[in-house]
Every structure is written in structure tokens, then in C-alpha cells.
Design a protein around this ligand. Structure first.
Ligand code: ADP
Ligand code: MG
Length: 249
């Protein structure tokens, strides 16, 4: 028997349009991200990077087009959406931890509520994840007692607790003091090396060069460059990307 490779891309967007009122924020975006690929999304403020991330897990509804995660179209709402959204972990610039819950409780929350995981299992997994991101010794503290870097690592552990197929990061280090940026990027690099499919909006060019397989450059709601990091940083094609790089490098 012949085996046909039918593995779908982990993220598939076909002709996706998104408007905020009159503002056309995602312009006919078509994008496939294969399993295990690490994609860094660059672009000036307002170019649509956050909206792209939010569309992928339907925090933001789209006006037209198709989005699939691992071959399954994103349902509009209900339990199916909750299940599919659980496949997509998201980490924001603001860590969004629940202030009145301990770190380990934050990590356990979604598995308990959404996956109905037994408490002892959820706790064991949460502790393993906190170990993995290097903050197991902070498990019983509250978010405000942790540094920004530790809180962001907790937020990554919390996203991983749902065993997502894809991780989206929207400027995960932008709110951090400089000395804490690397501890978060290190966790992300490890995840990338372990084969997680990742879409990362960041201004950390070192991460883009070292951890990414692919760079997308957005401008005004379009993906105007889609290249390897080496191609992008050494020979950007568009004037807009050249201008962007000249300002940040
Ligand atoms: P980026 O993340 O690249 O800075 P965004 O995706 O946040 O860009 O925003 C893209 C455009 O959409 C910007 O012009 C922004 O002002 C606008 N925008 C974002 N969110 C909203 C919203 N909820 N309502 C109206 N306009 C929005
Ligand atoms: Mg943004």
C-alpha cells in the first residue's frame, strides 16, 4: 500500500480578512505553518501582528477566510471552540495571571476547568511544568511576589498545561526589565528546540536569528516578507522591511 503524507499544516490561514470598522487590519492573509516550525513575526506597531495572533485562536473574529489548526477549521463558538482553543496556547505581553491565586493554582486552573483533569494529576503536571520553566520553588507564591520574568515563565507554564499543539507569543518580553528578558527567551528557545510549533511576535532580533526557522514581516495588514532569518536580516527585499531594520538594528 502506498502511504500518502496527509499531515496538515499546524496553522493554516486562507484569504483571511479582518476589519475594525473601516480599518482593514488583516488583508487577505494566506499562511501555512508546518508542524514544529518556529515563526517570528516582525513589523512596525499597528501592522496587525497582535490581531493575527488573536485571530488564530479566535480571541478576535475574522470577517472572511478560513483558519484551521492541525487540519480542523476553527468553530465559531461553543464547546468545540473551547476545545480547539485549548490546542492553541497564548502568552501575552502582560502576563495575565490571576492575582488572587498561587502560581501553581494558576497553572492548574484550565486543566481542572476545561479538561476536567483530576486535581492530583493537574497538580503533578503543573509542578513538572514549573520545574521546566525553572520556578518550581515559587509554586506557592502569589503573582505579585514574583519578578516579571518569573511571572512570564509562570504564564508559559500555564499555557503549556493544556498541552497545546501550537504556542502563540505576543511580545512576551516587551514588558520586562532588560535583565529578565533572557530567562524568558531561554524557556522559549528550549520549547522551540523540543519541536513545539510557535508563532512569536517579538522585537528580540537575537531570538529571531537564533531560534526562528522563518521570519514574517508585516506592514499595514499584509505579510510583505516571508523568508529565512538569514535571508531577512541580510537581504530584506521590501523598502518597508529595510526601513524597519535600519531603525532597530
Ligand atoms: P500590532 O500588534 O502590529 O501593533 P495590532 O494588531 O494591535 O497591531 O493593530 C492593528 C491595527 O488595528 C492598528 O491600527 C490598531 O489600532 C487597530 N486595532 C487593534 N485592535 C483594535 C480594536 N479592538 N478596535 C479597533 N482597532 C483596533
Ligand atoms: Mg501588538
Amino acid at each position: 500500500m502506498t502511504e500518502v503524507n496527509t499531515t496538515p499544516p499546524m496553522i493554516r490561514m486562507v484569504e483571511v480578512d479582518k476589519y475594525f470598522g473601516q480599518l482593514h487590519v488583516l488583508k487577505n492573509i494566506t499562511l501555512e505553518v508546518p508542524r514544529g516550525q518556529v515563526v517570528v513575526v516582525l513589523g512596525p506597531s499597528g501592522s496587525g501582528k497582535s490581531t493575527l495572533c488573536r485571530a488564530i485562536n479566535r480571541l478576535e473574529p475574522i470577517n472572511s477566510g478560513l483558519i484551521e489548526i492541525d487540519g480542523r477549521p476553527l468553530p465559531a463558538e461553543g464547546k468545540e471552540l473551547a476545545n480547539l482553543r485549548a490546542d492553541v496556547g497564548m502568552v501575552f505581553q502582560s502576563f495575565n495571571l490571576f492575582a488572587h491565586k498561587t502560581i501553581v493554582d494558576n497553572v492548574m486552573l484550565a486543566p481542572l476547568k476545561v479538561r476536567k483533569t483530576p486535581k492530583a494529576d493537574a497538580r503533578r503536571t503543573a509542578m513538572e511544568l514549573l520545574e521546566r520553566v525553572g520556578i518550581a520553588n515559587q509554586a506557592e507564591k502569589y503573582p505579585a511576589q514574583l519578578s516579571g520574568g518569573q511571572q512570564q515563565r509562570a504564564a508559559i507554564a500555564r499555557a503549556l498545561a493544556m498541552r497545546p499543539k501550537v504556542m502563540l507569543f505576543d511580545e512576551p518580553t516587551s514588558a520586562l526589565d532588560p535583565e529578565m528578558i533572557n530567562e524568558v527567551l531561554d524557556v522559549m528557545s528550549t520549547l522551540a528546540a523540543e519541536g513545539m510549533t510557535m508563532l512569536v511576535v517579538t522585537h528580540e532580533m537575537g531570538f529571531a536569528r537564533n531560534a526562528a526557522n522563518r521570519v514574517l514581516f508585516m506592514s499595514d495588514g499584509d505579510i510583505v516578507e516571508d523568508a529565512t532569518p538569514n535571508e531577512f536580516f541580510t537581504a530584506p527585499k521590501s523598502a518597508r522591511a529595510k526601513d524597519f531594520l535600519s531603525k532597530i538594528l
